[in-house]
Write a protein that binds this ligand. Structure first.
Ligand code: MRU
Length: 372
């Protein structure tokens, strides 16, 4: 995507061929800063501290992290250690395990001397594939928005609500939930996006709003608690969110607060879609509530807030009374029954075992639990 006319991806090999560069998302929206990752530890830290975040980008960064590790030491031990240390960075997004297992399967059979080049090739592949998958999601999701637009009175945009950031910043490029949104906007379909602020880390307010602003998409940031009210007033036509892990039965794990939006959408007859590229689908599990590990992040993300002061500097302030404990579960699970459909790179399907099986006959069918 373009920022001030310049095309960007969220991660790319440095021009000297010795490292990887990323956009530091902890600095947005106040500064666009790039950071160089030169070692495995740099890559692991970038994921853990959320300089990069969003399920697909976490997977892509891990693939580059494997390259950084085997370039320094191509031994079996180094490969195993890199796999383990990257896997431990964040527990919920299944794209991380997907990318790491893919890298290990590709590299392990090779001789040590062949591994660095193969790891680099694999990281490039993972990134390019991510962009292609997201273009598939754009194509699959665009007709949903066009169908709603056809039913709107002239001059009334399709009102789309999204949660967290499942935009191009959460991927290598294009985004998942935002892919159909950008496609609709680029096709001239009148749209307006309600952007959930997404406490506590504010990925909606800081990242999604920044993206939409730079692309020119009309949008309004709302407090997380406002979505239900807007739906009751008929001001939301469609919800599209991303996913960190969708099970083989269609349960959707995504940023904390997604479940509440799905409940409000169901109560108000608003379609609730999830943009789910196949690397975000965990074919090995069925019951998302029981089986998906939910990341618990630092209470400090809740108790403190960073923002820009009038002089342009960024400061962190405390919000809570000193001594009040805070809890910070970072994801929740929306049961499949609340999901209208999954927008995948192969088309839109029901959030059910059968729906997924129809689109992915090559991969489905390994879930051990039945749909609840
Ligand atoms: O904690 P984050 O910012 O990594 O969480 C991101 C989300 O929850 C996204 O919605 C999800 O990863 C899908 S990104 C295309």
């Amino acid at each position: 995507m373009k920022v001030a006319g310049r095309p960007y991806r969220t991660i790319w090999p440095s021009t000297d061929g010795q490292a990887v560069e990323i956009i530091d998302q902890t600095r947005l929206p106040h500064a666009l800063v790039t950071v160089r990752l030169a070692t495995l530890d740099d890559a692991a830290r970038a994921i853990r501290d959320m300089l990069v975040r969003g399920a697909p980008l976490i997977g892509a960064t891990a693939a580059w992290g494997i390259w950084l590790a085997v370039r320094a030491d191509p031994s079996d031990e180094s490969l195993a250690q890199a796999h383990a240390s990257l896997l431990a960075t964040r527990p919920t997004a299944v794209n991380l395990r997907w990318a790491l297992d893919r890298a290990r399967a590709r590299l392990q059979p090779l001789r040590a001397g062949e591994r660095a080049a193969a790891a680099r090739q694999l990281a490039v592949e993972v990134c390019d594939e991510d962009v292609a998958l997201n273009r598939g999601i754009a194509a699959a999701g665009l007709p949903l928005i066009c169908a709603l637009a056809a039913r709107k009175p002239a001059g009334h945009p399709v009102q789309i609500l999204t949660h967290c950031n499942a935009g191009w910043l959460a991927t290598v490029d294009v985004g998942t939930a935002t892919a159909p949104i950008y496609a609709a906007y680029d096709a001239g379909v009148p749209i307006h996006v309600w952007v959930d602020e997404t406490r506590p880390r504010n990925q909606g307010a800081s990242l999604t709003a920044w993206e939409l602003l730079h692309h020119g998409v009309p949008h309004t940031v709302i407090a997380d608690n406002a979505g239900g009210h807007l739906m009751q007033r008929g001001q939301v036509d469609l919800v599209i969110v991303g996913t960190d892990r969708t099970t083989a039965t269609g349960d959707v794990c995504n940023k904390i607060g997604t479940y509440l939006k799905a409940l409000a959408a169901r109560d108000n007859g608003v379609p609730f879609y999830v943009a789910a590229p196949s690397p975000s689908i965990d074919w090995s599990i069925g019951d998302g509530l029981r089986r998906i590990p939910i990341e618990e992040r630092s209470a400090r993300e809740l108790s403190h807030l960073a923002g820009r002061l009038p002089d342009g500097s960024v400061a962190t302030i405390a919000l809570l009374p000193d001594g009040s404990p805070a809890a910070n579960p970072a994801f929740d699970v929306t049961p499949a029954r609340l999901v209208t459909g999954l927008i995948t790179e192969r088309g839109v399907c029901a959030a059910t075992t059968a729906g997924l099986r129809e689109l992915f006959p090559d991969r489905a069918g390994v879930a051990e639990e039945p749909t609840r």
